[in-house]
Design a protein around this ligand. Structure first.
Ligand code: 5GP
Length: 191
């Protein structure tokens, strides 16, 4: 998605060799016009597969997932990272090693919001080593719902999470695929 690539080049900050900071439009301040367009684009790619739920993980995935859900007219469910006192019902849970926090967190989704007759599209802001996506796929499996695939805003191909998950048969669509971020220069691959 050309508009996103341009925005990554103009606003993105490469931290070290493997972290991309895009706080000006995605992870801290949100550009609602761009987010809506990205949501529409991901929704179009999955428009023929009967999505009934969009699933993401708090917090950064929520805005894009909301835009996808609005476009597909499907509810958006977000996995919570800590068990709230209001969550007393049956939960699907998974352990996720957080790339940015460098620690494991438990994610939880109430069984009320994912049912065996759902067709689920997972949406997230980044795909790096695939830990977040694996946790969400695990949650979908526990629910008995059908997984249609995953829609990702920025995939960092050099961290290979996408390769592993695609080879297990999961359809993954990303709007920007970064092959390399050497010396602060971002190189995009085909999506
Ligand atoms: P993974 O689980 O695939 O290793 O990493 C994906 C998760 O870590 C995403 O949910 C995202 O929040 C975070 N993440 C991974 N890489 C980056 C990055 O380069 N920049 C930012 N802002 N978040 C990232």
């Amino acid at each position: 998605m050309k508009e996103l690539w341009d925005r990554i080049v103009s606003d993105g900050e490469v931290i070290g060799k493997d972290v991309l900071k895009v706080d000006s439009f995605l992870n801290h301040q949100i550009d609602p016009v761009l987010i809506m367009r990205m949501g529409e684009e991901l929704a179009t790619r999955f428009s023929q597969v009967g999505i009934t739920k969009v699933l993401t993980i708090e917090a950064s995935g929520i805005a894009v997932a909301m835009a996808v859900g609005l476009s597909l007219k499907a509810p958006v469910v977000f996995a919570k990272k800590s068990r709230a006192v209001t969550q007393r019902e049956e939960l699907y849970t998974a352990e996720v090693f957080s790339f940015t926090r460098r620690e494991s967190v438990q994610i939880a989704v109430s069984a009320r919001y994912l049912k065996p007759d759902d067709t689920v599209l997972i949406v997230d802001d980044f795909l790096a080593h695939g830990e977040a996506l694996k946790g969400l796929v695990d949650v979908v499996k526990q629910s008995g719902a059908r997984l249609a695939g995953a829609g990702i805003v920025i995939e960092k191909r050099f961290q290979h999470g996408g390769d592993i998950l695609r080879s297990s048969g999961i359809r993954i669509e990303s709007l920007a695929a970064i092959e390399c971020m050497e010396n602060g220069k971002i190189t995009f691959g085909n999506t």
